[in-house]
Design a protein around this ligand. Structure first.
Ligand SMILES: [Zn+2]
Length: 330
């Protein structure tokens, strides 16, 4: 059984993993310079991967390929980046497949990062034994992925299921980075949180004003201290996320919804509220959709990349068997 290399290209950090059959053997992180583009990151990535192979005493021949997660729209049939949103904007002009072939002679399989994380949780984590699930990661923005009957939902242009963070929850709402307005992430996400707090009429009287960074960690801290502004802003976020989750349920009919992201550290504070809203407002006559915490909030995409490389390599083998062995006999 060969190893796989997983790369998860985030906005601030690039995670690199070495896996073998669903086991994370080694991992490291490098700082991302997402504003300067994707191509300038490649030499550093090469160095890091080569060092990882060396540390683990592996040759390139012992690696099956690279699974590449990207925070944007990805054409996973051609393994190309289709569209970016203010990160790695030269992604669509970067030939990742050619890069991996030229450098190591490995195949590279690319996928949107939310779908890759979903694959990881489905195969090895909170979604095991499910065939219909939705995953939502609440971070700087909000990423979503959908699995229906054991297949990733992709759509005609590879964007189906990925834009749950851009479902409109307020048709007269705040402008979004996507060009729309009132999207889930434009109403409640890490990038929106500072302005949400500052727009609260009592912000100047709140202890949260003294925080250097207005993120969800700070918000939950002040909710714990019974701060009125923090509590009201959290209530607003929960109501926005509930609307997004219920829309996902109505659109995709999942059995469970896996929630992930840094905020899950405070899941005990807010998960029961989201579950209560789902129970109350989602139209699911068959029963209740369960909201569950991700098992690998920090590394699901690495596990997903391992699965994607192995299953794609298996498919390639099968296709070449059909082409070279079965078809000539017909
Ligand atoms: Zn949007």
């Amino acid at each position: 059984m060969k190893h796989t290399i997983a790369i998860d290209l985030g906005g601030t950090v690039i995670k690199i993993g070495l896996l073998k059959n669903g086991q994370l053997i080694d991992r490291t992180e490098i700082k991302a310079q997402s504003a300067s583009g994707l191509k300038p990151q490649l030499p550093e990535l090469e160095k890091t991967i080569d060092k990882m192979l060396q540390t683990n005493q592996l040759s390139a021949l012992e690696v099956l390929g690279i699974g590449f997660s990207f925070a944007g729209l990805v054409d996973s049939s051609k393994n190309r980046i289709l569209s970016t949103n203010q990160k790695y904007d030269d992604g669509p002009d970067t030939d990742l497949v050619g890069w991996a072939l030229e450098k190591w002679n490995w195949p590279l399989f690319a996928e949107n990062d939310a779908r890759m994380a979903l694959l990881g949780e489905w195969q090895f984590g909170a979604g095991k034994d499910c065939r219909d699930l939705v995953m939502m990661t609440i971070g700087t923005g909000i990423g979503t992925g959908v699995l229906i009957n054991g297949q990733l939902l992709k759509g005609k242009h590879f964007q189906a299921g990925n834009l749950g963070g851009h479902f409109t929850v307020n048709h007269e709402g705040s402008p979004c980075t996507c060009g729309g307005k009132g999207c889930v992430e434009a109403e409640a996400s890490t990038w929106r949180l500072p302005s949400l707090l500052k727009e609260h009429p009592k912000f100047d009287n709140s202890a949260i004003k003294t925080e250097e960074v207005l993120d969800f960690k700070a918000l939950f801290h002040h909710v714990g201290n019974n701060d009125l502004v923090a509590k009201e802003v959290l209530d607003h976020c929960l109501s926005v996320w509930s609307a997004g989750i219920i829309t996902m349920i109505h659109a995709f009919d999942p059995e469970i919804i896996i929630l992930s992201g840094g905020i899950m550290k405070s899941a005990s504070v807010f998960l029961p509220v989201l579950q209560e809203n789902v129970n109350k407002f989602a139209w699911t006559p068959w029963g209740k959709v369960k909201l569950v915490e991700a098992r690998f909030p920090d590394s699901a995409a690495l596990y997903g990349a391992d699965y994607l490389v192995r299953s794609s390599a298996e498919k390639c083998k099968m296709n070449s068997y059909i082409e070279n062995v079965i078809k000539p006999q017909l």
